[in-house]
Design a protein around this ligand. Structure first.
Ligand SMILES: *[C@@H]1O[C@H](CO)[C@@H](O)[C@H](O)[C@H]1NC(C)=O
Ligand SMILES: *[C@@H]1O[C@H](CO)[C@@H](O)[C@H](O)[C@H]1NC(C)=O
Ligand SMILES: *[C@@H]1O[C@H](CO)[C@@H](O)[C@H](O)[C@H]1NC(C)=O
Ligand SMILES: *[C@@H]1O[C@H](CO)[C@@H](O)[C@H](O)[C@H]1NC(C)=O
Ligand SMILES: *[C@@H]1O[C@H](CO)[C@@H](O)[C@H](O)[C@H]1NC(C)=O
Length: 499
């Protein structure tokens, strides 16, 4: 029997309270991770002394006077990203050079001790760039995160020194074999950031804290990840702690904003274990021990920091990057660096908007649900209201199509109620109960037979399949060909136009 979408639209599902609901499968995302998956695409801001010395990895050679933006405008950053459809922005509060962009008490090596900040304070203006950026993000309704480099060249005895005799000549405590405890310094810096209060007195809200794994030094420093995590959890319970391989999200293994087609949200190592290779980080580990989904970091230009000689990528390149990250179940963190004026340059802002238009043209083109009808190989407990195939097209992310526990493969069909020219599909697994699916196909009914137009492996949070050429059909079938537990499909969207 074909089930019409309309008859289910008004039903409120109570699958979560149904005693026969599917049980979680192995590892599942925490609520903070589930919320983070849904952010999908957000900005990285590399800004600091390197912006002014034209470097990528400054070696802590300059005094804070080097930080001298001529017309800093953090509102412009937040507005640019909000307009571009990005969910948030993450700012380098401290890069490897060690200079702090907030008014820390842990070091004299902060922009607050430079001429720019002093001039602003004299005019009654704020000079704490982290606080200013957090307030701007809030004002424009996007999330805010921080990057706090664990590696700190300013404190690293293996790195050259140029600040002897200045107030910035501080003890080189970085390393397991140096006097002093660098972990204590890092914990104090982290605590200041996660407990910061904005100008209006409200506590800062952080969605992600980026603990970079990079180091260009031979100095061995064992980081106290457990203590870092506890500080974050206690003060910012919603924040994702990003590290090379977790705690909450992992590196994707490259800096190109892409991943491989088959990749899993779980891994089986912690931050204290041997590091995974780039390829292993891309793939993850099926049925792994920890939910630590990948985030793909990438740059709109060649460098992370602004360099006047570099040009931004074009919108087509960003679109292709997006389909290989967000379109493959991985969040995209795109770096868009402010220049020496302290603003995002116009060319980059324009490209972000052009890229948004391209995304919208593809993704906002779901064919209307009215007139669609569904069928499935089977439905869990024969209960079509709680688990029927029409659930994949409602706008409720808590509902899904499910079969009985012993069924690990099956199909659902959509009768399109007429001819549709299809450009793309979006499919989503109900990951709240674990990642289960390892193989699927989408078939289109053409000239009296089903023809496979999409083949996928690991599904996970979301897959966007753009077809290489438009397919015109009246019926579709999603086949789950492999799963390690009964598959749960949360959403299927058909993108195209009725012909
Ligand atoms: C070294 O520090 C001095 C004094 O702060 C500064 O004038 C000079 O430019 C610095 N050298 C480099 C390579 O940054
Ligand atoms: C940093 O904080 C101190 C103490 O509250 C204050 O006197 C100073 O003006 C602040 N500096 C900046 C740059 O905000
Ligand atoms: C719907 O699917 C069932 C199998 O689950 C099948 O027996 C039935 O014929 C299908 N209905 C139509 C109208 O295709
Ligand atoms: C669902 O319906 C099918 C076909 O009528 C039947 O064989 C099966 O036992 C039913 N399952 C449940 C859980 O009622
Ligand atoms: C569905 O979305 C709401 C809000 O957008 C969120 O709170 C909830 O956790 C989501 N549920 C799932 C299963 O993703």
């Amino acid at each position: 029997m074909w089930l019409s979408f309309i008859s289910f639209v008004a039903c409120i599902s109570h699958a979560s309270t149904d005693p026969s609901a599917p049980s979680p499968y192995l590892r599942v995302p925490s609520p903070r991770q589930l919320a983070w998956h849904r952010l999908e695409y957000y900005a990285f801001l590399h800004f600091g002394p390197n912006t002014f010395t034209n470097e990528e990895w400054g070696k802590s050679q300059s005094t804070p006077d080097v930080f001298n933006p001529t017309s800093l405008d953090t509102d412009q950053w937040a507005k640019t990203f909000a307009d571009a459809g990005m969910a948030g922005m993450i700012l380098t509060a401290k890069h490897h050079d060690g200079m702090c962009l907030w008014n820390t008490t842990t070091t004299s090596y902060k922009i607050g001790n430079g001429k720019w900040a002093k001039d602003r304070l004299a005019k009654g203006l704020d000079a704490d760039v982290v606080k200013m950026a957090a307030a701007s993000a809030k004002k424009f309704g996007i999330k805010f995160g921080i990057y706090l480099s664990p590696w700190d060249i300013h404190r690293d005895p293996a790195m050259p020194k140029n600040l002897t005799g200045t107030p910035y000549d501080e003890p080189q405590i970085f390393g397991d074999n140096t006097p002093g405890d660098y972990n204590d310094l890092y914990k104090s810096q982290l605590t200041e950031l996660v407990t910061m209060r904005l100008g209006d007195g409200a506590p800062i809200e952080l969605f992600e804290i980026w603990l970079d794994g990079a180091s260009g030094s031979d100095t061995v420093q064992t980081f106290d990840w457990t203590a870092f995590r506890d500080i974050i959890r206690q003060n910012q319970p919603e924040a994702i702690m990003w590290g090379h391989q977790g705690v909450d999200a992992r590196w994707v293994g490259n800096e190109d904003g892409v991943t491989v087609a088959t990749n899993w949200h779980t891994i089986s190592r912690t931050q204290d274990s041997t590091r995974y290779s780039g390829d292993q980080l891309q793939t993850g580990v099926r049925d792994g021990l920890y939910w630590a989904p990948a985030e793909a970091d990438a740059r709109i230009r060649d460098g992370w920091f602004y360099h006047s000689t570099e040009k931004p990528k074009n919108a087509d390149a960003l679109m292709s990057m997006y389909l290989k990250s967000v379109g493959q179940s991985v969040n995209l963190l795109l770096d868009v660096p402010p220049d020496t004026t302290g603003k995002i340059v116009n060319s980059d802002a324009e490209i972000l908007l052009r890229f948004k238009s391209q995304r919208d043209a593809l993704l906002k083109n779901a064919i209307p649900k009215a007139g669609l009808a569904f069928n499935a190989s089977s439905v869990r407990g024969n209960n079509s209201i709680l688990y029927g195939p029409a659930n994949v097209l409602d706008d409720n992310n808590e509902t899904y199509w499910a079969m009985d526990d012993d069924k690990k493969s099956g199909w659902l069909e959509i009768d399109l109620g007429g001819s549709v020219s299809i450009d793309a599909f979006i499919v989503q697994e109900h990951i709240a109960l674990g990642q289960r699916i390892g193989g699927y196909s989408i078939d289109a009914y053409v000239n009296g037979a089903f023809r496979t137009v999409v083949t996928g492996t690991s599904m996970g949070y979301m897959r966007i399949h753009r077809l290489s050429s438009t397919s015109t059909t009246t019926r579709l079938r999603l086949r789950i060909t492999q799963a390690n537990a009964t598959p749960l499909i949360s959403s299927v969207q058909v993108l195209g136009a009725r012909s």
